[in-house]
Design a protein around this ligand. Structure first.
Ligand SMILES: Cc1cc2nc3c(=O)[nH]c(=O)nc-3n(C[C@H](O)[C@H](O)[C@H](O)COP(=O)(O)OP(=O)(O)OC[C@H]3O[C@@H](n4cnc5c(N)ncnc54)[C@H](O)[C@@H]3O)c2cc1C
Length: 363
């Protein structure tokens, strides 16, 4: 048997890569320094669109569109094979109070994305009860969401049922390189022989990759969220205003997020964020003033300068690949990123031009 392709990190990106590789008959192993699927991927909101998508480079839109098409089928397959419903729901995304509407409209036209500019009086037909009816809106009816912890549980169970090895509580600490080629990876308790490894270690990818002598600007950016225990029916749409959003889950719960904080590897929550998110939530949907807040949490996004992930082979080390830096969009870009890196590892024709994602680019 060939040596396994090793994937460092069992977040949404690592799990999706493993699924793709296994589907193409490859022997795969995931290693995670703790329990897989418990870092940024667990903490996220699961909106399947970048926020203000027209403000990103086209390379982000390309991956988002590919993934958005792939999601319904993938979630259905996972439910059939694992019994876990990841709750793909087409909630639509209502964006309030933007000033660059013309750019948004042109972007939607260019990529044939369904979107409509709404005058303030029309907002109530899309979502009633909002506290900001005086604002204009940009309505994207096809935007969906997934319940990310459930998607992670489904992906993990699917891989386990396929007998893919997911090694937890074992950190990858270094790489054995000879003549510019990967020979093995080192963990905190052994050496694993492999000639292909994909780093999908989220916010930790930058530090890990730096061990090979190449620095990439992926660093942690903390995001905090609150969860309201609301009853079904209070909110149907994903609402976005001033970089803060409300997400309605199928059981009625509502998430409000999220902060953007450059505080290193500190994933604690703060009272200041609690107050600010609660005030924003009540301003957006006044009925939330009377709803119990169930929990507050924080996660460390894998931040990258323009939000464009790094996907490709190291220019210095043959066999060492990176798929990281998805920043605020790991779920919406995940399926396409996983497919792209797998195409590159296996030498298949890539689903999109890989040039904009290459590791040694300068943003
Ligand atoms: C508050 C918040 C809201 C968000 N909302 C959305 C959203 O609505 N939509 C969206 O698309 N995205 C959203 N995101 C972003 C999204 O969650 C991330 O982009 C995505 O989860 C990144 O996935 P990942 O697999 O790269 O990283 P992670 O999920 O962080 O996984 C990395 C894994 O690597 C492991 N690891 C690290 N170092 C090592 C090592 N040395 N050896 C072995 N394992 C290692 C970690 O333990 C971890 O399990 C949000 C994020 C946050 C924090």
């Amino acid at each position: 048997m060939k040596h396994p392709i090793c994937i460092v990190g069992g977040g949404v990106i690592g799990l999706l890569i493993a699924r793709e590789l296994h589907a193409l008959g490859e022997n795969v192993m995931i290693l995670d320094r703790r329990e897989s699927g418990k870092e940024s991927s667990w903490a996220g909101g699961g909106i399947l669109s970048p926020l203000y998508p027209w403000r990103y480079p086209d390379s982000v839109t390309e991956l988002a569109r590919w993934s958005q098409t792939a999601y319904p089928g993938m979630v259905k397959e996972l439910q059939r094979d694992t019994g876990i419903d990841a709750e793909w729901v087409r909630s639509g995304l209502l964006i309030l109070g933007i000033s660059d509407t013309e750019t948004a409209v042109n972007w939607a036209r260019k990529f044939a994305i369904s979107a409509k500019n709404l005058e303030s009086g029309a907002i109530d037909e899309i979502q009633s009860g909002l506290g900001m009816n005086a604002l204009d809106g940009f309505w994207m009816p096809d935007i969906a969401q997934v319940r990310n912890p459930r998607l992670l549980a489904a992906l993990k169970r699917d891989l386990q049922k396929k007998s893919i090895e997911i090694v937890e509580n074992e950190a990858v600490t270094g790489f054995g390189i000879e003549n510019g080629e990967l020979r093995h990876i080192k963990t905190d308790n052994r050496t694993i022989t492999t000639d292909r490894c994909i780093i999908a270690a989220g916010a930790w990818s930058g530090d890990l990759f730096a061990q090979t002598g190449l620095s990439i600007p992926v660093k942690p950016i903390r995001g905090q969220m609150l969860l309201y225990k609301a009853k079904p029916g209070l909110l149907q749409r994903i609402i976005l205003k001033n970089n803060r959003y409300l997400i309605p889950r199928r059981d009625g719960r509502i998430l409000v997020g999220s902060t953007l904080e450059d505080v290193g590897f500190d994933s604690s929550t703060t009272e200041a964020a609690f107050q600010e998110l609660h005030e924003t939530a009540v301003e957006m949907l006044p009925a939330l003033a009377d709803v119990e807040i169930e929990v507050q949490w924080a996660g460390l996004r894998p931040g990258s300068p323009a939000g464009v992930p790094y996907i490709g082979q190291s220019p210095e080390v043959k066999g060492l690949y990176l798929c990281s830096g998805h920043f605020r969009n790991g779920f919406v870009l995940g399926p396409a990123s996983a497919r792209l890196v797998v195409d590159l590892v296996l030498g298949n024709t890539p689903i999109v031009d890989s040039e904009p994602y290459k590791i040694d680019r300068v943003d």
